[in-house]
Design a binder for this molecule. Sequence first.
Ligand code: F6R
Length: 625
Amino acid sequence: MCGIVGYLGPLNAAPVLLSELKCLEYRGYDSAGVAVIENGRLCVMKAAGKLSNLENLLATQHPTAKVGIGHTRWATHGVPNDTNAHPHIDSTGTIAVVHNGIIENFEELKEDLINKGYAFSSDTDSEVIAHLISYELSKGGEMLDVILRSLKQLVGAYALGIVSQEHPDRIYAVNHHYSLSVGLGQDESFLASDSMAVRQYTNRVVRLEQSEIAEITTQGVRLFTFDGTEVKRSPIAMDSSPYVIDKCGHKHFLHKEIHEQPLVLRQTLTKYLRHPNHPIDFSVGDVDPEANDGTAYGVHLTDEEIKGLNHINVFACGTAYHASMVGKILLEELVGIPVAVDIASEIRGRKLLVNESTLAIAVSQSGETADTLAALKEAKSKGAYTMGITNRADSHLAQITPNLIVTECGIEVSVAATKTYVAQLASFYLLAIYLAEKRGTISADKAREMKMQLNSIPTMVEQILAREEEIKETSIKYADAHDVVFIGRGLNFPTALEGALKLKELSYIHASGYAAGELKHGPIAVLDQNVPVITVLMPGTVYEKTLSNAQEARARNAKMIVVAVDGDEQAAKTFDSVLSIPPIDELFSPLTTIVPLQLLSYFISDYLGKDVDQPRNLAKSVTVE
Ligand code: F6R
């Protein structure tokens, strides 16, 4: 959360910073700002709200500076307004700082600086950094040493961009437990939290490792550790094909991304599974090894290591956590190893019981979620094997584990995750079959049959998408609800949770997902004729019991909606509205049952006039714990 950018070179800095920020708006859209050095003076322009507000402001100012830093914010300390927007400056107005992360000891530092006569204007933790550097500068020394002395006093995880009026020829960048990349062009350099933002200008990138500071000039970058030792690192070459960020005729990115799911599933499945008669092959790279982009790819556990595993721990947040809940059931069913799935933020302060026979898996679309990375690092420090499932081969996650499954989704622009969810699910199906074959817990025939079933899923998703007009009609009938309850059992309990999450984040309607059997243990108290209950009802082991739980809700006069397979007469009799999908084996059903629920949330959100692609208060990449 929060995006940092920088530029120095022959171009006007402000438009370059703006174009970099556009690539990072997914990291937060509470406010945005830039600091440039214009005719020898530091000049800060910032605006609350979306990046377009900053764009409008810059259009009235026409700065011509050739050096600057920029920021897009997701508020942690201090409400989203102009004052709390970054960059923050020191009292002399000569040093500007942009910050991603949290300074945990900011209150103590702030009090100390106030006692020394420094005046603060914002409620942020970030402003303290600008004043601290100013204070250290007053004691003398080179700028690099001054910053290093300041860093020693900061507690927390952070990434920083710093410019000083006294040094218009350089930008300082600091990385402490985040990601920062420096892009190198011809007599120009770029800084960004996500290398995707510099890719429009250059494919030569130097990534900052943990606890490093970079001194960036138009001629390149010098890297130092926090004790001042210089580090040599050659630039890596990124894939130079630009990302296409285009709605391609869809009204919203979310709609486009929901419709991309058949393609995304095909791409992710065929990448690792060439043919149902062949073994799943995770050794294939997601990037051209020639591209030398420095990231891990593929799975490198030996057969002996796989056979020696006795436990799997999965860490994830939000939608990725829901995918992991499905993964747990699949892995336990097919591989026969106990699997624990944890909300990654819940690992902090708890005893994590992993050992050298544990496989720890972090699931993260962005590969940057701080909670998820922290949990995986802890498991790694205790000797567990580690693995990542991500959509970003160039992410922080890719750098901390040698085993990586990369989903083939392309960039997911909409803040609500859709296509990456089904791709994470597909990855778990592949992984479960892969491990089961290696450990001999399923027969070759069973594995082949499952691979064939997996390959048929993209077509089923296409068939559901072709029904979207019907789904829209049904959805809008329930758009006036204030509370919605989703229920499902077994593999479709996570579907109920994910359906509820999509509805609340997209429409702001309060929604909760429950294990269908839990309804009677308390949540049923909220039901009446005003509360729609959406049941995920798939033929199979839990059909009858789920139906009984839905009947209990119906007996309380709730409005009844169901996701059921074509031709389910019982469902047609019991429910007021049916969102029907093609018949599917229960084991694979989470891959398709979620699709009508994504569409339902999309149509309700659009009908209510909400900000579909950038819902309030959210950010796509959550880099604070
Ligand atoms: C919901 C959503 C979030 C993310 C969560 C984890 O639509 O997108 O719940 O799933 O913030 O993000 P990643 O997968 O990037 O770790």
